[in-house]
Write a protein that binds this ligand. Structure first.
Ligand code: PXP
Length: 259
């Protein structure tokens, strides 16, 4: 739902790296579908999974099972390729987030160039939307990209928070302020354009609060940190703690607006 701010900030749990650990030994454990079930029990609002061209983590069979066995809405992240489009149209997940993908990258390093790739993206957005799938574009927080998402008719954007996360790690206050302002401006501008605005990448217990406090955001997608931190705190309590931090940030920010 766009057009209004919401107290509840949805948490999409990205389970890619459960599959990364499974694939390290080539067997079935740990099972990403079991992780999806655990995420649901811990208060996640959705499950996110990225089917990469090289299948380095999530595999086709995981998507089959997530569609059949997982009770939360599935947000399928994928590159804009014919192969991925066919998979999405076959499964019809709740949402598809179109991401840029380069085979040699370690993770999704930047946002989609929605402006520069308009003609390439038009048929993907249209065919997904025609199938009833909510289309999201993973973009950098940049007004040109937000306007391009609107021009493409995508109802949702996800703002890439990777540069913000790196800025927090840098302990450089000016860089931190600038990156946080970029996300805040992007969230406001996207909201004003009528888009539903999500955010994600590199979010942790230490950096989530200022992002969760942005009232225009409706959803955060978080993966690597939750799976890594689960080694120390358990998956259930790690997700519950993230949920609690998000809820507190939201309540503090929206409460202070009302007061
Ligand atoms: N959102 C998108 C579109 C992504 O591609 C990723 C990484 O796969 C994430 C969110 C989650 O990022 P992280 O694993 O760093 O939390």
């Amino acid at each position: 739902m766009s057009g209004e701010t919401a107290m509840h900030l949805r948490l999409g749990v990205n389970i890619d790296h459960v599959a990364t650990i499974r694939n390290a030994r080539g067997g079935d454990h740990p099972d990403p579908v079991r992780a999806a079930e655990a995420a649901a029990a811990a208060g996640a609002d959705g499950i996110t999974a990225h089917l990469r061209e090289d299948r380095r983590h999530i595999r086709d069979h995981d998507i089959d099972r997530l569609m059949g066995e997982n009770r939360l809405p599935l947000n399928l992240e994928m590159a804009a390729t014919e192969e991925m489009l066919a998979i999405a149209l076959r499964h019809k997940p709740h949402a598809v987030c179109i991401v840029p993908e380069r085979r040699e990258e370690v993770t999704t390093e930047g946002g989609l160039d929605a402006a520069g790739q308009h003609n390439h993206l038009v048929p993907y957005v249209k065919r997904l939307a025609d199938a009833g799938i909510r289309v999201s574009l993973f973009i950098n927080p940049d007004i040109r990209q937000l306007e391009a998402a609107c021009a493409l008719g995508a109802p949702v954007v996800e703002l890439h928070t990777g540069a913000y996360a790196h800025a927090v790690d840098s302990c450089d206050a000016a860089r931190y302020e600038a990156e946080l302002a970029r996300i805040a401006d992007g969230a406001r501008e996207g909201f004003a354009l009528g888009l539903e605005v999500h955010a994600g990448h590199g979010l942790t217990f230490d950096n989530v609060t200022p992002i969760a406090a942005l009232a225009e955001l409706r959803e955060l997608n978080i993966g690597h940190f939750l799976v890594g931190e689960a080694i120390f705190g358990g998956f259930d309590s790690t997700i519950r703690r993230m949920r609690a931090l998000m809820d507190k940030a939201r309540a503090d920010a929206l409460g202070s607006r009302i007061a």
